[in-house]
Design a protein around this ligand. Structure first.
Ligand code: SAM
Ligand code: SF4
Length: 339
């Protein structure tokens, strides 16, 4: 299919963009708020959205239901920190019961996991991603500006006790900040039967000094290979991660490299912000506003469905992050878009 081809005719239950990519994965941010202020993600003083500008939990459910009706089979709940959203379990229990949604997963900073692990498991969350950039309390406090790593580690234990398997740690790589700990994070993952993904820092949001800490996945992989005999894996999540195995363990080590590798040609996902903006691509500023559609047609499903189908018309072929990170090319913070 050429890049200028019109949107394909839609069968009732599939989403296909104009480049022929089938969209099966939705990342839904249910809040822009967070109990941490990670330096790479938020400014120290953040102004959060007024409640009226954020999707209600009912609206989140309507959006998810519409997407599942269009063939989405995987949904990731994210934020902000999803577990600080009031009554979050009301939504998750309903999402867990949606027929056709095979793979309901959640990304969290782990701060509330001790309390939520068992109810999340019972509601049908299949797998957790927990962000963990360091195991050291002082460093954790300095990166998150407020967080307590011991609480997060207890949350990871609680997830295991609740029956979650292969929980994945996400670590943002930062030169001079946590790059001496990458091997320790892999060792921690291996010891606790977890997976771990290292994420290249992305130029989202206007955060001073960001350019100085970038490390590529390839550099980290080479450094890890000095301690672990990593074996390349053919597994793919259909996303920007590449995986390696640590022999003798179940642990997979992933590298999420929006800069180093072009993963756009197999992109299967779209994102929705807490404000109901549907972003067909993380790296572009074009979005479709779903909130007015939801609120103008509170009792009708078809206008929402048409808005979603129409949004694929603006899904670009690829994104354009640059290695030069001085100027933010995308002005949203990650907490707005949902990582
Ligand atoms: N609060 C939850 C958490 O921290 O896991 C979910 C939302 S957070 C925005 C999702 C992921 O985005 C986290 O793993 C975080 O480390 C990552 N992230 C945030 N800002 C980033 C940036 N500028 N570059 C790369 N990853 C980023
Ligand atoms: Fe909060 Fe997650 Fe952003 Fe950290 S990365 S500030 S935990 S939303």
């Amino acid at each position: 299919m050429t890049r200028d081809a019109p949107l394909p005719e839609h069968s009732r239950d599939t989403l296909v963009d104009k480049y022929g990519r089938r969209i099966t994965y939705l990342r839904l941010s249910i809040t822009d708020r967070c109990d941490f202020r990670c330096t790479y993600c938020m400014a120290e003083e953040m102004t959060f959205l007024p409640r009226s500008e954020v999707l209600s939990l009912e609206e989140c459910l309507r959006v998810a239901t519409a997407f599942v009706g269009l063939g989405i089979s995987k949904l990731r709940i994210t934020g902000g920190e999803p577990l600080v959203r009031k009554d979050v379990m009301w939504l998750i229990e309903r999402l867990g019961a949606l027929p056709g949604l095979d793979n309901l997963v959640l990304t969290t900073n782990g701060s509330q996991l001790e309390r939520f692990a068992a109810p999340l498991k019972a509601a049908g969350i299949r797998r957790l991603n927990v962000s963990l950039d360091t195991l050291r309390p002082d460093r954790f406090r300095s990166i998150t500006r407020i967080g307590d790593v011991a609480k997060v580690l207890r949350g990871i234990e609680a997830a295991r006790a609740a029956g979650f398997r292969r929980t994945k740690l996400n670590a943002v790589m930062m030169r001079g900040i946590n790059d001496d700990e990458f091997a320790d994070l892999v060792q921690y993952a291996a010891d606790h039967e977890l997976d771990v993904s290292f994420i290249e820092e992305m130029p989202l949001g206007d955060i001073p000094g960001r350019g100085n800490t970038f490390i590529s996945s390839e550099e980290t992989r080479q450094r890890l290979a000095e301690r672990f005999p990593l074996v390349a894996s053919t597994e793919s999540s259909g996303g920007p991660a590449r995986y390696w195995r640590v022999p003798g363990t179940e642990t997979r080590v992933g590298f999420i490299s929006p800069h180093s590798h072009n993963f756009c040609d197999t992109c299967n996902r779209v994102r929705i912000t807490a404000r109901g903006e549907l972003y067909p691509c993380l790296g572009q500023n074009d979005a479709i506003q779903l909130l007015p559609v939801l609120r103008t047609h509170p009792d009708e499903a078809e206008p929402l469905r048409q808005a979603i189908i129409g949004s694929l018309g603006i899904k670009p072929f690829g994104h354009d992050f640059s290695h030069q990170m001085e100027a933010p090319q995308v002005v949203r913070f990650m907490s707005m878009t949902g990582g």
